[in-house]
Design a protein. Structure first.
Length: 610
């Protein structure tokens, strides 16, 4: 039973905490959150990438070299790219002299023989035989892999000519002679993941980059992870025209210096065609542009393979567990310490990101940070909502018993029964219904109560409107004070304005009573100001916010003096000095006060003593 009672008591916290856990788990599986995480990763990698020098040419130390078929080459030759058989053949022949570790071709070899086409400049040239012969010779001197290109329309890979495929297949099964050049595009079109089996049609692991790496005699692995763009800078390419010139001149030394023992990738390097979106500007000749030729991305993936530096996301259970752990920011009431802890945690996660990336570890931060901040803010919001409900409950429960100023102290948690009172300057107002005792003797009890409720219902709001605090109702009397707990610039002015408003409101009330053939009422009001002690006085079980002191007693005596002074409102000389001369206030002179020395008083709203 105790457990059930505790569960019911804590349900208001368990339900939001459970929703936080579900939200955290959802964010871990959300594609939108993953994309935002990758935007953060891009920004971090771009920062590191910008620190790397921009190459002016292909360096001697580059293990991967790109040979580019560029716009200048296409402008120079007569044939379209689809009929560049003899240029490809010359390239393959040049590589025989260069002796690279392996060669990858990011181009689609022709599917047809093109026997019916002849060249005007080279009559009788057989396009098919020239390329086939170069392929047969090339595979004797170096490993050669050509790209398989995916055809979205037919949902198949584009088939090359069977003769070419047969020649390439003679290289054995140490690597695949035809390999997929397909990349994985994320929802924003960028290339971030290594395009392994999970991104390939049919789960094929034979990617172009993996096969040229394996063909170079390097250790085969089951590659996976995010492409690391932060450790290697932008790339230049060797124009295919340069390679063909070296071949034509017989400059074997230049070919060996540029390509020997390296992995070579041949592809198009156009400025405006066949471009893929990368997180960083990989093409050194196009600074600032992240849309780069696909062959550069293949080359960069091979760079990652050579150094085994793909980014490995932290294991999913660890990331999910850390995200769920941040739900603990729900616990505990909001405090400065909790806010500092949250800031330290967020800063710690953000600082750790580049440090982990330096060790090739990627920690997706968004779900973790979002859960922590959401837990913190939702607890603040939840507590604020509960506080709002509690304020409404207290307002409904006590709004009719205490003045708005005192109720605000209750709602703000400033009511402390053991707290010492405050000595403040205030103006005290006492009012009383004249002749109430004899007046009520002729009425039934319920009529007396109804009359008092009607009267106080009209007078109490006036006190509140003028910034006063209703202390108590004493039979037909009302005590209020101005200047506490809310401070006023001139409490006497507020009290006097409230007294005048009470007289005017009484006239309206009497008009209504006269229409109901009920006797009219007359009141007397006394005002005095000075130092009073205000505070919550009483026991821990029952107490009230009240004012005590000689000023209070004097105000009560002044209210009694109004009966004989002939005025509805009596002001002490102290009050008059504070508010200054008033055209509608008259000096009455000194009058004796019960239990006190005579006091000079002033009157407002003269009444007929009879």
């Amino acid at each position: 039973m105790a457990f059930i009672a505790t569960l019911r008591q804590q349900w208001g916290h368990l339900l939001p905490a459970t929703l936080l856990v579900l939200a955290s788990a959802f964010m871990q599986f959300s594609d939108a959150v993953e994309l935002l995480d990758h935007q953060i990763l891009d920004a971090l990698q771009r920062y590191r990438f910008r620190q790397l020098p921009l190459p002016q040419s292909v360096g001697d130390e580059d293990p991967v070299v790109v040979v580019g078929i560029d716009n200048e080459f296409l402008d120079e030759v007569d044939e379209p790219l689809a009929l560049s058989h003899h240029y490809l053949a010359e390239f393959f022949n040049a590589m025989r002299q260069a002796q690279p570790a392996s060669v990858g071709v990011d181009l689609v070899l022709p599917a047809k023989r093109f026997d019916a086409i002849t060249s005007v400049r080279k009559p009788g040239q057989d396009y098919h035989r020239v390329l086939l012969a170069s392929l047969m010779a090339a595979i004797q001197d170096y490993p050669l892999i050509v790209a398989k290109v995916w055809e979205p329309r037919t949902q198949t890979f584009y088939n090359i000519n069977l003769d070419y495929a047969a020649v390439l297949a003679q290289q054995g099964d140490a690597f695949a002679s035809q390999a997929s050049a397909l990349f994985h595009y994320e929802s924003d079109g960028r290339i971030r993941h290594y395009p392994g089996a999970r991104f390939q049609p049919g789960g094929d692991e034979a990617t172009l980059s993996a096969q040229v790496h394996a063909a170079a005699g390097l250790q085969r692995q089951k590659w996976d992870g995010l492409i690391n763009y932060q450790n290697h800078g932008a790339m230049m390419y060797v124009p295919i025209r340069q390679v063909l010139d070296w071949l034509e001149k017989g400059d074997t030394e230049a070919l060996k210096k540029q390509f020997e023992g390296r992995i070579v990738l041949l592809g198009t390097t156009f400025d405006d065609e066949d471009l893929l979106e990368s997180p960083v500007p990989l093409a050194a000749w196009m600074p600032g542009r992240t849309a780069v030729p696909g062959v550069l991305l293949h080359a960069h993936v091979v760079r990652n393979m050579l150094n085994d530096e793909f980014l490995r996301p932290v294991p999913f259970p660890f990331s999910l567990g850390l995200s769920l752990l941040t739900v603990l920011f729900w616990l505990g009431a909001s405090s400065r310490i909790k806010s500092v802890l949250l800031l330290v945690f967020v800063a710690g996660v953000l600082v750790s990101l580049p440090m982990l990336l330096a060790h090739q570890i990627w920690l997706p931060p968004l779900a973790i940070l979002a859960t922590a901040v959401l837990a913190y803010l939702s607890r603040n919001g939840w507590d604020a909502w509960l506080g709002f409900l509690e304020r409404r409950r207290l307002t409904g429960a006590f709004g009719g018993y205490v003045s708005p100023a005192v109720l605000k102290e209750i709602l703000d948690g400033q009511v402390e029964t053991g707290k010492l009172g405050q000595n403040v300057h205030a103006c005290v107002l006492f009012s009383d219904i004249r002749g109430f005792t004899s007046f009520s003797e002729n009425l039934k009890a319920e009529e007396v109560v109804r009359m008092l409720n009607e009267y106080f219902a009209r007078m109490t709001p006036i006190v509140h409107e003028h910034g006063g605090t209703v202390d108590k109702f004493i039979g037909d009397g009302l005590m209020a004070f101005f200047g506490a707990p809310n401070r006023l610039e001139c409490p006497e002015r507020n009290a006097f304005d409230a007294a005048k408003a009470m007289i005017r409101e009484l006239e309206l009330l009497n008009d209504e009573r006269a229409k109901r053939l009920e006797p009219t009422l007359a009141i007397g009001v006394g005002l005095h100001s000075g130092r009073v002690v205000v505070g919550h006085i009483g026991s821990s079980d029952r107490h009230e916010y009240t004012a005590i002191g000689d000023t209070v007693n004097t105000a009560a005596r002044l209210e009694s003096a109004s009966k004989d002074a002939g005025y509805a409102v009596i002001l002490s000389d102290v009050v008059m000095q504070r508010i200054g001369p008033q055209p509608d206030v008259s000096a009455v002179g000194e009058v004796p006060l019960k239990g006190r020395s005579p006091m000079h008083i002033h009157g407002y709203a003269k009444v007929n003593k009879s």
